[in-house]
Design a protein around this ligand. Structure first.
Ligand code: FAD
Ligand code: MLT
Ligand code: ZN
Length: 459
């Protein structure tokens, strides 16, 4: 099949690429464990062109992968099997701000940071935020229902979608919800497409809700000697303050971040665990925070702490947490992204440490994450004496035990990064057989020919 010829019926030459560099680049995401093997990359400019592409794919049974900023950590946007890539890169406009509705209309390829900055320029705030903000796209954020560092206060991407346009796998254009706050007319299809990882449709336009800008955010960082202490600190601060973040990392993570040389911890004391909390300094919140801090020090849960005095210090404290992904990437981490109920975080951490250290004492683990959401990123760092294949094999052995434990705890094998290729064989550890059956039926309604992101998400 001459794919290039087929798509040149509906796209210009500069919207179709089979250049080796593009195939390699657009064929992979941040997971990097998979060898890209794409056959073509397409760059539509609007919803109508996406529809034409999807219709051709159905006609010729061509498998196609929606591709955003390719910052995904679950191999959701990777092409390993000669698929065609549909990049939303050229659909990156931020179109219309509606001050009364407090909404922002964007194309799906708009970059998260551009959206945040536009909201800021208009005097509002788009609250979903995380370290990939400079390159991930809003369409990718919807497709993965991205979480990030402010979930404790603002929730997931799902909470901020007032409407969306999608081209389904069978090629229909659906414009869903039109920005309505209240709309009690049956199934809310928005929520099927959010988190569907490109398996039901291509999201082409998004109408986002905005909120008021938080005032005078303060950041505190603590050194904490015990896991139980962390949970006590969490409860103490959560009960007294409206937190905008409650994040954690270990000494291992901090060592890698400091070794990267961009930031240094201002704390005097060393500890196995560190916490970052953030809150708005309104209505005497800082005084309350200082009071709780003193109580936690007296209880021995915190052994050292700092509070940001200006914006630069806040940024530096955040960098100690946000730079972990980049800083540990030199060790080719095997990444997991799990969640449990907050009350079960200590038991998860205890058992996870036991599983890994007993069988693989040579593994260094850098865990960190959104502990206030019960979401931890467990990164196993590759020891130098193992080659990639040996390392992967051993990590997959760890997966088996760790996910069995997650199942027992009633947790999730993917809290926020999605299932993609990397977790699909463990979907049944979080979803029941009946749920998976219904998910497959939903897929077949929207994508009857199975052309959209085949082999991802569903086992
Ligand atoms: P891609 O990686 O391109 O694609 C992700 C999935 O969405 C794929 O299945 C793809 O097929 C599908 N897709 C993309 N665009 C569309 C579309 N328009 N229509 C339909 N399907 C589409 N994630 C978090 O949730 N929280 C974090 O804190 C976080 N931090 C990160 C930090 C770093 C440094 C990095 C590298 C990643 C982080 N991520 C985080 C993961 C990633 O950034 C998110 O999953 C993000 O939402 C992916 O967006 P993307 O545009 O890069 O999507
Ligand atoms: C984060 O919270 O920093 C991310 O989800 C990225 C990661 O897990 O590496
Ligand atoms: Zn995260």
């Amino acid at each position: 099949m001459d794919l290039k010829k087929i798509f040149s019926e509906v796209l210009n030459d500069n919207q179709v690429s089979d250049q080796a560099e593009d195939l390699a680049n657009y064929g992979k995401d941040w997971t990097k464990h998979f060898t890209p093997n794409a056959s073509l990359v397409l760059f539509p400019r609007n919803t109508a062109e996406v529809q034409l592409i999807i219709k051709l794919c159905n006609q010729h049974k061509i498998e196609i992968i929606p591709s955003g900023g390719r910052t995904g950590l679950s191999a959701g946007a990777t092409a390993t099997n000669k698929e065609v890539i549909l990049s939303l890169e050229k659909m990156n406009k931020i179109k219309q701000f509606n001050p009364l509705d407090q909404t922002l209309e964007c194309e799906a390829g708009a970059i998260l940071e551009d959206i945040q900055n536009t909201a800021k320029d208009k005097g509002y705030y788009y609250p979903v935020d995380f370290a990939a903000r400079g390159s991930c796209q809003i369409g990718g954020n919807l497709a993965t229902n991205a979480g990030g560092i402010k979930v404790i206060r603002y929730g997931l991407t799902r909470n901020w979608v007032a409407g969306l346009t999608v081209v389904t796998g069978s090629g229909e254009i659906l414009k869903i919800n039109n920005g309505l706050i209240k709309n009690a007319t049956g199934y809310d299809l928005r929520h099927l497409f959010i988190g569907s990882e490109g398996t039901l449709g291509v999201i082409t336009e998004v109408l986002l809700k905005l909120t008021t800008t938080p005032k005078d955010l303060l950041v505190m960082t603590f050194a904490t000697p015990t896991l139980d202490g962390i949970m006590n600190i969490y409860k103490s601060f959560r009960d007294c303050l409206t937190l905008t973040a409650f994040e954690s990392y270990t000494d291992v993570c901090l060592n890698y971040v400091e070794a990267a040389g961009r930031v240094k911890s201002p704390l005097q004391e060393k500890a196995p665990y560190y916490l970052l909390i953030e809150f708005e300094n309104t209505d005497g919140q800082m005084d309350k925070a200082m009071e709780v801090f003193e109580q936690c020090m007296e209880a021995g849960w915190i052994i050292d702490g700092v509070i940001s005095q200006n914006d630069q210090q806040s940024k530096d404290l955040w960098a100690l947490r946000e730079d972990i992904t980049e800083a540990t990437s030199v060790k080719h981490p095997y990444k997991n992204d799990i969640s449990v109920n907050i009350s079960k975080v200590p038991i998860f951490l205890e058992q996870m440490t036991k599983i890994i250290s007993e069988k693989h004492p040579d593994f260094e683990v850098a865990w960190f994450g959104h502990i206030g959401d019960g979401n931890l990123h467990v990164n196993i760092l590759k020891p130098d004496h193992l080659n990639s294949d040996e390392f992967m094999k051993k990590c997959k052995e760890v997966d088996k035990e760790m996910f069995a434990m997650i199942k027992t705890l009633g947790g999730s094998v993917s809290a926020e990064h999605g299932v993609g290729l990397v977790k699909k064989n463990y979907l049944d550890h979080t979803r029941s057989g009946d749920e998976i059956k219904y998910m497959k039926q939903i897929k077949s309604i929207f994508d009857p020919n199975g052309i959209l992101n085949p082999g991802k998400l569903l086992p």
